[in-house]
Design a binder for this molecule. Sequence first.
Ligand SMILES: CSC[C@@H](O)[C@@H](O)C(=O)COP(=O)(O)O
Length: 340
Amino acid sequence: MRTIDWVDGGIELVDQTRLPHEFLRLRVTDPDALVDAVQRLAVRGAPALGVAGALGVALLATSTDSSEEVRSGARRLRDARPTAVNLSWGVDRALRQLDRGAQAVLTEALAVRDEDIAASVAMGENGAATLRELLPGRSIRAMTVCNAGGLAAVERGTALSVVQTLHEQGRLGHTLVTETRPLLQGARLTAWELRRMGAEHSVIVDSAGPFLLNRDYADAVLVGADRIAANGDTANKVGSFSLALAARQAGVPFLVVAPESSIDPETPGGDDIAVEERDASEVVAFDGIATAPEGTGALNPAFDVTPAELITAIVTENRVVRPGRGTPPVGTVPERPQDR
Ligand SMILES: CSC[C@@H](O)[C@@H](O)C(=O)COP(=O)(O)O
């Protein structure tokens, strides 16, 4: 299953707002409809946003001859969500080909898609190997945050690709899935993916995570990333930081699994990362039903930032960085495809 793809001159994506009740594909041929799909999380997850950004520029370039129109549409798409660096990375990578024509833009966007598929496989292997080294000789019980699976990428995903690889290797124990308030990406999407995989799992409320780590219910916490600063501080779905603190207290490894495209060498540290603030209605209501007295305000940061010193390893498709353990800093990015 591909979460997002280019089909017959348009973008097709799985509408993630409808899962787990309904598996529906959306066809997007209007660039502004793509911006809307990104903002209401019909397509979401950092790697999928990178591919959406690149394919969105291809959609623009193949639908108009005006490079000014392409550039202004690309700006709207780039700004649709602020935290996942992959979105602007994907947009910019495709846009750099504009002077060579629409076909060159599309070819680059398809390369972004194909590299994402390959990166997910490699992250799964690198993450599973890292865990086998950290936790030799036993099956591994993972705890996850949000959805970092195939639905957050083109296929397989990041942190959940590690879970899938362990499962395929017969090394996966019971997985605990934090439900991930307020939009329940864990309960709705990760549980859906684990069920399709045939992997044993239970959903837990977010606030039970730290306690269950301390009671030895999991051997590793595996999370994705929306933006990794040059010093290794990592923005991911809100709730990741509290699990990292608890994992440190419990002596449980905390792994960040993300493609190189999630690393932002231009952002020095976590304090410099823009964290998306979403609408209060997501917190004080669910599915249109109020969960707090009318007029109640809410703070709704979509992400938090985990300091590098709480991260056991950052696993990408190319390397495993161990902050504070003598590996080069994560911001020293090896050559990336767009630099070639
Ligand atoms: C492989 S995805 C990594 C992150 O993008 C994921 O954990 C996450 O925080 C997604 O947030 P979302 O708001 O659902 O786009």
